[in-house]
Design a binder for this molecule. Structure first.
Ligand code: SF4
Ligand code: SF4
Length: 337
């Protein structure tokens, strides 16, 4: 392939960290610019949505889409990317699994709006104004995109070719993606569809603390701010919840190296149906104080009940794709604004 690869980047329900992770590649971004022509990246360059919409379908080689899908506009953007890009990459945990915005699926949309526009202590809204999809001011009609009832991952609304998890994807993985773009520029080849740019094994497999893990019972679960963790021992042995047991590796154990337990941003491995359920099950087997015979059920229950914010702990990055979410909200695809 002699010509430059064309590249489009955009975001939806996102914090901006994923876009920054691309810029964080520093001089490698310049190397990318040698290989790729950026045809759309409204966060970083002066592009309008109409620029992408005006292009023929399948005319952009690679699309990097970060963020979850919550609004009608974000869904339209996802559909636009799917139509215009030959290869669509879910970039970052929000696009791959719904991410932190996906925790909003714990409450109905109406409750979220009431909390934000009425209930929070800092709300100053005496006129009880709520966001409207359309309003008229001085004869001018203003519009806002409609909120869907639930948050979805990118592949819950359109077909995705490659997944680059991480919150945000770490430099090593972004570099791997850039290498894939380079190979595509040279030979037109890409990783097989549905490839996840990460390890196929759980983080524990490559964790520098794995050797120290003793599978001691967790009589008490503590949060990171409650103790000073021993940087040489497995977090689980110290009573800290570490989700490396049920999270795909490939992050270079960055959080572990910073003496923070894994929070699960790389999502499940291919063998895991639901990483939150896997982690909960693993913690359940470790919880409770052992006595001579076995672990008393009430002790196990007490330990598990001491977990603060279980949904936010076990499903911090993946609630929209969790089995429990399907039960709560039916299928997000059938959602409507
Ligand atoms: S994956 Fe993390 S860094 Fe990327 S948009 Fe979502 S919250 Fe931000
Ligand atoms: S549970 Fe956490 S600290 Fe322990 S070995 Fe696994 S990733 Fe490392």
């Amino acid at each position: 392939m002699a010509e430059k690869v064309t590249l489009a980047v955009s975001w939806a329900a996102a914090c901006g960290g994923c876009d920054v992770s691309i810029l964080d590649m520093e001089e490698r971004v310049l190397a990318l610019a040698e290989l790729a022509e950026i045809v759309y990246w409204p966060v970083a360059l002066d592009f309008k949505r109409s620029d992408l919409a005006a292009r023929p379908d399948n005319s952009v080689d690679i699309g990097l889409f970060n963020g979850a899908v919550r609004t009608a506009e974000q869904r339209e953007d996802a559909e636009l990317f799917a139509a215009k890009c030959k290869v669509l990459v879910a970039f970052g945990s929000c696009a791959c699994f719904g991410g932190i915005p996906g925790l909003a699926n714990l409450a109905p949309k109406t409750q979220l709006i009431e909390t934000v526009y009425r209930d929070t202590p800092s709300t100053d809204n005496a006129e009880e104004i709520r966001p409207q999809t359309e309003c008229t001011i001085d004869g001018q009609t203003l519009t806002l995109p409609a909120l869907w009832e639930t948050v979805s991952s990118l592949n819950q609304v359109v077909e995705v070719d490659l997944f680059a998890p991480g919150c945000p994807p770490p430099g090593e993985r972004v570099g791997e993606l850039f290498d894939a773009v380079a190979r595509f520029a040279q030979s037109g080849s890409l990783p097989p569809p549905q490839t996840v740019l990460a390890s196929d094994k759980a983080l524990c497999d490559s964790c520098p603390r794995a050797e120290t893990r003793t599978a001691e019972r967790m009589a008490r679960i503590v949060r990171p701010h409650e103790i000073t963790a021993d940087p040489s021992r497995c977090f689980l042995d110290q009573g800290l919840l570490c989700l490396g047991i049920a999270t795909r590796g490939g992050c270079s154990a960055t959080c572990i190296e910073a003496n923070m337990p894994c929070r699960g941003c790389f999502g499940p491995t291919a063998e895991m149906l639901d990483s939150g359920a896997e982690a909960l099950s693993a913690i359940g087997t470790l919880a409770g104080e052992a006595n001579e015979n076995d672990v008393a059920p009430h002790q196990m229950k007490k330990t598990v009940k001491s977990i603060v914010d279980p949904a936010g702990t076990f499903y911090r990055f993946g609630l929209p794709k969790a089995i429990i979410n399907q039960g709560m909200n039916d299928k997000p695809k059938k959602d409507s604004p």
